[in-house]
Design a protein around this ligand. Structure first.
Ligand code: CP
Length: 310
């Protein structure tokens, strides 16, 4: 038995500490496969995984494809531009047509919050949410928690600061749920225009300046500034953003001396994070990416391995 009692992975909000730990532990075991000369195991031979990405992605799409292939599943990739959605087909019709080809798992990224949940309620395949609007990005949170646990030895009791455009960040939401479930205390920081109303109700400490948020923390997680949103009046321009909210050496010096720095990517160097920090010894950003493949292998394994109970 995998010990994972869910049919789909739609978010971290509904995952218990035990569910999260099951996936983190399994991901730890799958990491080793990347070090082998032949990076493949037969675990999901004969299974089919469709990656339906209707929004751009470098890390998540590639990572799911590699994860599926390392488990010997057949991976099929569909991007927005190459799908019949450009001809006006609805997401649901697209998904139902794909489902008629009997995939075991559909991994979906879509600009609309709730897209993955909609598919999960209407198709037979297991569904993984690879990012739905500003709602959730559960596998990002899993790989972030895995990276933190590796570097800090634990998650319980850690202080984590999540800084930037929290309001539009599915990464922030999924991490808040997962980190709190695992016993971390979470602070968020951003300009008032980039913090969602009522964010306190998620159980986080809220700051409108980055300095008090990072003071004394074990982990600093910087979020991508969505440059496309600058026109919406959330912040005057990227230069101002870097000046008031960018992670620089002076601000990082306020965190614990052994604090680590995460970023989900894609990064805006010189905006939310100084290049010297992104490439420096405290950054664990590429480790996040490496762990992403192993965590996605864990997710595909518990959903397509036929062992989920629900
Ligand atoms: N972190 C993340 O989701 O990156 P991509 O958009 O490249 O998948």
């Amino acid at each position: 038995m995998s010990g994972f009692p869910h049919r789909h992975l739609l978010g971290t909000q509904t995952l218990s500490a035990s569910d999260l730990t099951t996936l983190l532990d399994l991901g730890e075991r799958f990491l080793e496969i990347a070090e082998r000369p032949i990076k493949k195991v037969p675990t999901l031979r004969g299974k089919t995984v469709i990656n339906l990405f209707l929004e751009p992605s470098t890390r998540t799409r590639t990572s799911f494809e590699i994860a599926a292939k390392r488990l010997s599943a057949d991976a099929v990739n569909i991007s927005g531009a190459a799908s019949s959605t450009v001809k006006g087909e609805t997401l649901l019709d697209t998904a139902r047509n794909l489902d008629a080809m009997s995939p075991d798992v559909v991994v979906v990224r879509h600009a609309q919050a709730g897209a993955a949940e909609l598919l999960a309620s209407r198709i037979r395949a297991r569904v993984v949410n690879a990012g739905d609007g500003a709602h959730e990005h559960p596998t990002q949170a899993l790989l972030d928690c895995s990276t933190i646990r590796k570097h800090k030895g634990r998650i319980e009791g850690l202080k984590v600061a999540i800084c930037g455009d929290v309001a539009h960040s599915r990464v922030a939401r999924s991490n808040i749920f997962a980190l709190r479930a695992l016993g971390a205390s979470v602070r968020v920081a951003g300009p008032r225009t980039m913090l969602p109303a009522g964010v306190e109700s998620l159980g986080v400490e809220v700051h409108h300046r980055i300095e008090p948020a990072v003071a004394g923390v074990d982990v600093v997680m910087m979020l991508r500034i969505q440059k496309e949103r600058m026109g919406e009046g959330l912040f005057p321009n990227t230069r101002e953003y870097a000046r008031y909210f960018g992670l620089n050496q002076q601000r990082l010096a306020l965190a614990k001396a052994d604090a680590i720095v995460l970023h989900p990517g894609p990064m805006n160097r010189g905006v939310e994070i100084e290049p010297a920090i992104a490439d420096g010894p405290r950054a664990v950003i590429l480790d996040q990416v490496t762990r992403g493949v192993a965590l996605r292998m864990a997710v595909l394994y518990v959903l397509a391995g036929g062992e989920a109970q629900e």
